[in-house]
Design a protein around this ligand. Structure first.
Ligand SMILES: NCCCC[C@H](NC(=O)[C@@H](N)CCCCN)C(=O)O
Length: 479
């Protein structure tokens, strides 16, 4: 440890960059696990016989506890009351516990039903719901950690780099998971991702040791007691009276609902509409997080220097409409269009977050900031839960008989004594050969088109409100 670190951790550039590396890598492991199953939809359905509604139940589990049980709000309160170290370590343990349960659901292949849902689906959804409580709480904790170490220094840059690291986690899952599953079996990538979460927990433990040392320094204790980012129930009343808060929170819900659920259904769209090999299903969607890693800091800097935050969000929403119209249009069914749309999506998904998150402090007072972010995440989680469920349900309704035909083929293969993996491979072969049908996503994709049109409407309303209330969204962040 250098002298600089010994004398004052907060003043040590090395120490705060070590912190950034620790928490960014921990978030990488969280985002990796978050998407580990996403590119496996075709394989999972072929192997285990889940219909689309069951896929929606599992991938929409993000919000069951975060929304219905209010765990995101509770996470904010715990962070406020118990502090960064306790919350970071606890969220790491919760993520690991949820991941272990999800892995168990795949490795054990339990039979029967729980509450009328196939046991495997129920346990996988429960595991993912628990994991997401930890992941969302880790997300707000890491934001607070970065404020603690980087406030008055390279705060925006640190947040951009942390987000880029998280995106890398999503990309690794989208590219890697189907390849590992094709080479081994479906539970193996889930197991690898769970082991990486253990590494993430160790990184949080190392961070906690640095944080404890930091807090021993008097100056740091003063900073920790700066409660501007704390979650407070009493603040909610003030925040929800602000129309700008509602525009940005609903824009966040609609916008993220048109993007994150794309990870859950995009890979299967690639297989069913564009004829991509299921072992490479995540490749085209995988370019989305890679593009955003590079572009988000660029657009963030642009907003810092030139302003135009509300206009950037409007442009981002327009691009998203174009993207989902391309994926929806039945005649645009060559791989070239799939790549084109994902590139445009990458630009849109960089524009909106780079302007959205730094706009929140312009709309709400600093003292309400922590509570506002927790509330926005809460509202956002309603969409992250509801949209995957809705898409799965509608996909089943729009494809009558397809799941039944796949089920019948699966049952006859199982009767021949084949394992789930072997059945999955065989069904995949039969679908590629045209002996079994694919899902037609056309009508279902209109859900995404609708979401993006609504997002554009809200972005325009936000700009109008900005003119009325003078938030300064069109002004640069830097003087
Ligand atoms: N300072 C706020 C950064 C937010 C980053 C944002 N993450 C979220 O919105 C999470 N609530 C949801 C993550 C769900 C991942 N499937 C982001 O852009 O990642």
């Amino acid at each position: 440890m250098t002298e600089a670190i010994k004398s004052s951790l907060r003043d040590s550039k090395t120490a705060r960059w070590v912190v950034l590396i620790l928490v960014s890598l921990a978030m990488l492991t969280a985002y990796l696990f978050m998407e580990i199953l996403s590119p496996l939809k075709t394989m999972v359905q072929n192997a285990y016989g889940w219909d689309n509604s069951q896929w929606g139940i599992v991938t929409g589990a993000q919000g069951y506890l975060n929304v219905f049980a209010g765990m995101l709000i509770l996470g904010g309160i715990i962070l406020d009351k118990m502090g960064i170290r306790f919350t970071a370590i606890t969220s790491g343990i919760v993520m690991l516990g949820g991941a272990a349960l999800k892995y168990y659901a795949f490795i054990a292949e339990p039979g029967g039903d729980i509450l009328g849902i196939p046991s495997q689906v129920f346990l996988a959804a429960s595991g993912f719901a628990i994991f997401c409580v930890g992941a969302e709480t880790a997300g707000i904790t890491v934001s607070k950690i970065l404020v603690k170490w980087f406030k008055g220094k390279e705060l925006a840059l640190s947040m951009g780099l942390e987000m880029a690291s998280a995106r890398l986690g999503s990309a690794l899952a989208l590219f890697g998971s189907p390849r590992i599953a094709a080479a081994m079996d479906i539970p193996t990538p889930i197991m690898f991702a769970a082991i990486l979460l253990l590494v993430g927990l160790i990184l949080f433990l190392v961070y906690a040791m640095m944080d404890a040392k930091y807090d021993k320094e008097g100056e740091a204790v003063a900073s920790e007691s700066d409660s501007s980012d704390d979650f407070k129930i009493s603040d909610i009343g003030h925040i929800i009276k602000n129309p700008g808060f509602w525009y940005i929170a609903l824009l966040c819900l609609l916008f993220y609902s048109a993007v994150f659920p794309f990870y859950k259904y995009g890979p299967d769209l690639m297989v069913n509409k564009y004829g991509v090999d299921p072992a490479k299903a995540g490749d085209i969607p995988g370019w989305l997080p890679i593009g955003t890693m590079l572009l988000t800091p660029v657009f963030g800097t642009l907003y810092d220097r030139k302003g135009k935050g509300a206009s950037i969000m409007i442009l981002g929403a327009i691009l998203l409409i174009v993207v989902h119209l391309i994926y929806w249009t039945p005649s645009l069914d060559t791989v070239g269009f799939a790549y084109l749309a994902v590139i445009v999506l990458g630009i849109g998904f960089s524009l909106v977050p780079s302007a959205m998150w730094p706009s929140v402090p312009k709309i709400v007072e600093d003292r309400y900031l922590g509570t506002s972010y927790a509330l926005i995440f809460f509202i956002q989680n309603i969409g992250l839960m509801g949209i995957p469920i809705l898409v799965g349900k509608v996909l089943d309704i729009m494809n009558p008989g397809v799941s039944d035909k796949l089920d019948a083929a699966r049952e006859s293969l199982k009767a021949q004594g084949l394992s789930a993996s072997e059945v999955g491979d065989k069904i995949t072969e039969m679908r590629i050969a045209g002996d079994l049908p694919n899902y037609d996503y056309t009508n279902t994709w209109l859900i995404f088109v609708g979401l993006t049109i609504a997002a554009l409407f809200l972005a325009i309303m936000l700009k109008r409100q900005d003119k009325k209330s003078g938030y300064g969204l069109e002004k640069p962040n830097m003087a």
